[in-house]
Design a protein around this ligand. Structure first.
Ligand SMILES: [Zn+2]
Ligand SMILES: [Zn+2]
Length: 177
């Protein structure tokens, strides 16, 4: 295990959310936000309205910048997010989840909680000096973020779609040669 389960989960969610902004945007309705919220196992307030959707959509560029930042640059962004939100980390246990960290009130806006959760996860990434676990998809025409939690650091593509497409392209190139 590279990171604690809640850190891995927060990074995974942040990558999914940041990648939803890629063309074509897949987070354009409240239903899509609810599917993301439920799919990523979030708890706490979820207002299911347009204002919340806009707020969550608006943090996506900031998440992408943070997830792709150099180590020292990430520190500044993490500290700023935690200070802005007046984060107070505490251990909690709820639903089926074992002890993990919450750093803002469960009633805080969803977008703020996602930002702080991602910042808390990046605290671990920076401290472990594992920035290399985050990168951009190796497929030619894809800007998708990749989170590589594999033991042998072998993940290169943001999705199986990209992996398959590249495999087919490599096969065709070999046939031609
Ligand atoms: Zn929790
Ligand atoms: Zn990709």
């Amino acid at each position: 295990m590279v990171f604690a389960p809640d850190t891995a989960q927060s990074l995974e969610a942040a990558v999914v959310l940041a990648n939803s902004a890629l063309d074509p945007d897949t987070l354009t309705t409240v239903d899509a936000l609810t599917a993301f919220y439920e799919g990523q196992g979030y708890s706490g307030g979820h207002r299911r309205d347009g204002a919340e959707l806009d707020a969550v959509r608006a943090i996506r560029p900031r998440l992408r910048t943070l997830l792709l930042a150099e180590r020292d640059a990430a520190v500044g962004q993490v500290n700023e997010i935690l200070a802005d939100a007046r984060a107070v980390p505490r251990l909690v246990r709820h639903d089926a989840l074992d002890w993990h960290i919450h750093a803002v009130d469960d009633a805080a806006p969803l977008a703020d909680r996602i930002l702080v959760e991602t910042a808390m996860a990046m605290v671990d990434v920076v401290r472990a000096d594992e920035m290399g676990r985050l990168g951009v998809c190796a497929a030619d025409d894809c800007e998708g973020l990749v989170l590589d939690l594999s033991r042998n650091r072998s993940r290169r593509y943001c999705s199986t779609t990209c992996g398959n497409r590249e495999a087919v392209a490599a096969y065709r190139a070999r046939q031609k040669a």
